[in-house]
Ligand binder design. Structure first.
Ligand code: ADP
Length: 363
C-alpha cells in the first residue's frame, strides 16, 4: 500500500491507496507539532503495510522536472528550496524527515507542485526584468492540473496530445492552467503562489509598483506586508467576512455589499484568465473546473463563464445546477465546460508506484 502525505502549515492530509481503492484518508489540524500530527496519522493506518510513501512538495524550483525518489541529497535540495518557498517547503520537509524515521528502508517519493509547469515556454515564465535578478515564474498546483487534464482525456476517450484544455483549480488557493497537447504552457501562479487569480486570502495579480509604494510610504515591514497579501487579502480582505466562498456567497445573497463586490472581482479576474488562455492556445476544447469551489459551486462556475459566449464558452443552467455530482459536462458550446473531481493524492500514489515499482498503481 502507498501512503500519501501532504504536510502543510495548518493541516496534515494523508491517504492510503491499495492499488484499487482508498484504505484510509484523513485531515489532521496541526495544533501541535508535525510529529504529533504524523503520529496521529500513522496511528490511523492500523495494520496497513506501507510499501512506499509519496510526499507532496510545493516547490521543486528549476531543479526538479519530475517526481523523484528521496535520498539525503534530495532532502537537502528541498531544504535549500525553502529559501524561495518559506511558507511551504519546510513543512513538507518535516513530513519527509518524520516518515523516513518512521519507515526506514521504505522508498519515499517527492512529487512537486511545480514539476508539471516545467514545460512552460520562456515567453510564459519570463518576467520582463533584467535576467540577472534571478526571478522567474514557476507555477504551482501542478499536481492538480496534471491529474485533471489526464482524467479529462480519459473521460472523453482522446489522447491528451490531441487536446487543448483550460484547467481551473479553485480551492483555498486558486490557479488556472493552459494545457496544450498534455503540457502546461501557461499558468496563473508565478514565482510564488501569490500571483494570478483572487484566492481565499491571497491577492493574486498586483502591481509591483503598489507593493513598493506601500513599503516606502507606510513604514510597513516586508514580513507584515507578506502576511497581509498572503493571509489577509483575497476574498477575506475584500469582504471583511471570511475566506470561505460559501460564507461569502451567502452574505452576498443576504445583501452584504462588500461580499458581493468581492465575488464580482473573483469572477472577473477568472474570466479574464479564461480569455487569455483561449488566446494563448488559439482556442480550447474544454474549460475544466476542479477544487472545492470549482467542483461544488454552480454559482461560481456560472459567474465566471457568463458573457464568454462570444468566445464559445457557456454553461448549461440545467446541467450546471443539477444535483448530480462527480465528473460531468456542464457546458456544450464550442468550448465544452466540465467539472472533474481532483485527486492529487491519486496522482502522487501513481507516480510513487511507478518510481518504486510497487504494484499499487491506480487503474
Ligand atoms: P484546499 O485548497 O484547502 O484543498 P478546497 O479545495 O477544499 O481547499 O476548497 C475550499 C473552498 O471550497 C472554500 O472556499 C469553500 O468555501 C469552498 N467550497 C466548498 N464547497 C462549496 C460550495 N458548495 N459552494 C461554494 N464553495 C464551496
Amino acid at each position: 500500500m502507498i501512503l500519501v502525505l501532504n504536510s502543510g502549515s495548518s493541516t496534515l492530509k494523508y491517504s492510503v491507496w491499495d492499488g484499487a481503492k482508498d484504505v484510509a484518508k484523513g485531515t489532521i489540524d496541526r495544533i501541535g507539532t508535525m510529529k504529533s500530527a504524523l503520529d496521529e496519522a500513522f496511528g490511523a493506518l492500523g495494520n496497513a503495510v506501507v510499501e512506499a510513501v509519496g510526499h507532496r512538495v510545493v516547490h521543486g524550483g528549476g531543479r526538479f522536472a519530475e517526481a523523484v525518489l528521496i535520498d539525503d541529497a534530495v532532502e537537502q535540495a528541498i531544504d535549500e528550496l525553502g529559501a524561495i518557498a518559506p511558507l511551504h517547503n519546510p513543512y513538507a520537509l518535516e513530513g519527509i524527515r518524520a516518515a523516513r524515521e518512521r519507515f526506514p528502508g521504505i522508498p519515499q517519493v517527492a512529487v512537486f507542485d511545480t514539476a508539471f509547469h516545467h514545460t512552460l515556454p520562456a515567453r510564459a515564465y519570463t518576467y520582463a526584468v533584467p535576467g540577472n535578478i534571478g526571478i522567474r515564474r514557476y507555477g504551482f498546483h501542478g499536481i492538480s492540473h496534471q491529474y485533471v487534464s489526464e482524467r479529462f482525456a480519459e473521460l472523453v476517450g482522446k489522447p491528451a496530445s490531441e487536446l487543448r484544455l483550460i484547467t481551473v483549480h479553485l480551492g483555498n488557493g486558486c490557479s488556472m492552467c493552459a494545457v496544450e497537447h498534455g503540457k502546461s504552457i501557461d499558468t496563473s501562479m508565478g514565482f510564488t503562489p501569490m500571483e494570478g487569480l483572487v484566492m481565499g486570502t491571497r491577492c493574486g495579480d498586483l502591481d509591483a509598483g503598489a507593493v513598493l509604494h506601500l513599503l516606502e510610504t507606510r513604514q510597513t515591514q516586508p514580513a507584515d506586508l507578506r502576511e497581509t497579501l498572503n493571509s489577509g487579502s483575497g476574498l477575506l480582505g475584500m469582504s471583511g467576512i471570511s475566506n470561505d466562498m460559501r460564507e461569502i456567497l451567502g452574505a452576498a445573497v443576504a445583501g452584504n455589499q462588500q461580499a458581493a463586490a468581492a465575488v464580482d472581482v473573483f469572477y472577473y479576474r477568472a474570466r479574464k484568465y479564461v480569455g487569455s488562455y483561449l488566446a494563448a492556445m488559439n482556442g480550447a476544447d474544454a474549460v475544466v473546473f476542479a477544487g472545492g469551489i470549482g467542483e461544488n459551486s454552480p454559482e461560481v462556475r456560472e459567474g465566471i463563464c457568463k458573457d464568454l459566449d462570444a468566445l464559445g464558452v457557456s454553461v448549461d443552467p440545467n446541467a450546471n445546477g443539477s444535483n448530480s455530482t462527480g465528473d460531468r459536462q456542464i457546458g456544450f458550446g464550442r468550448v465544452a465546460v466540465w467539472v472533474v473531481h481532483t485527486r492529487e493524492d491519486l496522482l502522487i500514489a501513481n507516480l510513487c508506484s511507478q518510481l518504486t515499482k510497487t504494484t499499487c498503481s491506480a487503474a
